[in-house]
Ligand binder design. Structure first.
Ligand SMILES: C[C@](O)(CO)[C@H](O)COP(=O)(O)OP(=O)(O)OC[C@H]1O[C@@H](n2ccc(N)nc2=O)[C@H](O)[C@@H]1O
Ligand SMILES: Nc1ncnc2c1ncn2[C@@H]1O[C@H](COP(=O)(O)OP(=O)(O)OP(=O)(O)O)[C@@H](O)[C@H]1O
Length: 298
């Protein structure tokens, strides 16, 4: 018997970043939108905890205990007082180290898959606590849809969202999330960093489903830091807006870039132009909100 869980990537439609806290994390007002790029994690009984991964970027995914899927299985087993006797197979479609919470997604998916495989029926609130231990983005991967994350991003309040179409441009290589936050600190040193707050105009635009309104309010405070570490991303952003995207921004800590488009037709046009521009490695078309981690029927 095995259990497979499907889990979405995310884009941050607003990422407001405050000053570094004493614990090193930054206070955030993080408006997450889950989008229809999915990883699948399959949990199968095994003698010991093992991880395998397939997909175009599989060689960049660690297969040891640092994999967030493995850590999720260990934490859940420890809590239940059992051995993590499971094989986890990751079918990876979400860009690796791309700012789309791919590792976080696998952590949330493995947690849900092991909970079902081991028949634990762990209460949702406890699963969310384990997610928060795994990483700031992990609770949202479990929940999906659209949500405001406060604290370091782990404290979630669901928000309303209409349907939106996106194109994502995958960059060569990844960006380290801590390195991007450090660059944010360097760029903002000596300035008063305001308390992060969700924008009422952005939340209204998200709820309305109006892509023009959302395009006017998208904001990512990590974008200058990501561009500072990877200046060529400016060319990708310009190529997408030049091709008719309503708005362009870096996804989370990058280096994936996200392009909001009016409809599927515009998505195909912008994706083709981005591919022809030579400013990215590949493109992906998706829409959101997408559901959070879900057990697939056997
Ligand atoms: C950039 C985002 O993806 C936006 O959703 C997240 O804030 C990052 O979430 P994540 O990858 O789950 O991050 P974590 O695994 O919790 O933290 C990794 C590292 O990112 C930095 N970090 C992360 C979250 C946060 N609120 N402040 C931070 O400064 C810290 O250096 C931390 O050591
Ligand atoms: N299951 C996993 N899939 C991908 N990377 C993983 C996984 N588990 C651990 N990692 C490690 O985490 C690093 C960041 O990968 P990930 O794909 O989660 O980045 P990200 O999408 O930028 O994250 P975020 O958007 O949450 O900041 C990788 O370089 C890899 O070393």
């Amino acid at each position: 018997m095995s259990v497979t869980v499907r889990v979405p990537a995310k884009v941050n439609v607003q990422l407001a970043v405050g000053a570094a806290r004493p614990d090193g994390f930054h206070a955030l007002a993080n408006v997450f939108l889950a989008v229809s790029l999915f990883d699948e994690v399959t949990a199968t009984p095994a003698a010991t905890l093992t991880v395998t991964c397939e997909g175009p970027d599989a060689d960049r995914v660690p297969l040891d205990r640092t994999n967030l899927a493995a850590r999720a299985a260990e934490l859940l087993a420890e809590r239940a007082g059992i051995e993590p006797a499971v094989h986890l197979h990751i079918a990876k479609s979400i860009p690796v180290a791309g700012g789309m919470a791919g590792g976080s997604a696998d952590g949330a998916a493995a947690l849900l898959a092991c909970d079902a495989l081991w028949g634990l029926n762990t209460p949702r609130a406890e699963l969310l606590d384990i997610c928060a231990v795994l990483g700031s983005d992990v609770p949202f991967s479990l929940v999906g849809g659209a949500a405001l994350g406060t604290g370091r991003g782990e404290l979630l309040t669901p928000v309303e969202a209409g349907a939106f179409h996106w194109v994502f441009a995958v960059a060569d290589g990844g960006l380290s999330t801590p390195a991007v936050f450090h660059e944010f600190d360097r760029l903002t040193a000596g300035t008063a960093v305001p308390e992060p707050e969700a924008s009422p105009a952005l939340l209204a635009a998200l709820a309305s489903g109006d892509p023009d309104a959302l395009a006017a309010t998208l904001a990512n405070d990590l974008q200058p830091a990501a561009l500072s570490l990877r200046p060529a991303l400016a060319d990708t952003l310009a190529a997408g807006t030049g091709a008719g995207a309503l708005a362009a921004l870096v996804s989370g800590s990058g280096p994936t870039t996200a392009f909001l488009v009016r409809d599927e037709e515009a998505a195909a046009k912008v994706a083709a132009a981005l591919e022809a521009s030579g400013t990215c490695r590949a493109t992906r078309v998706a829409s959101g909100p997408a559901p959070g981690a879900t057990v697939l029927p056997a």
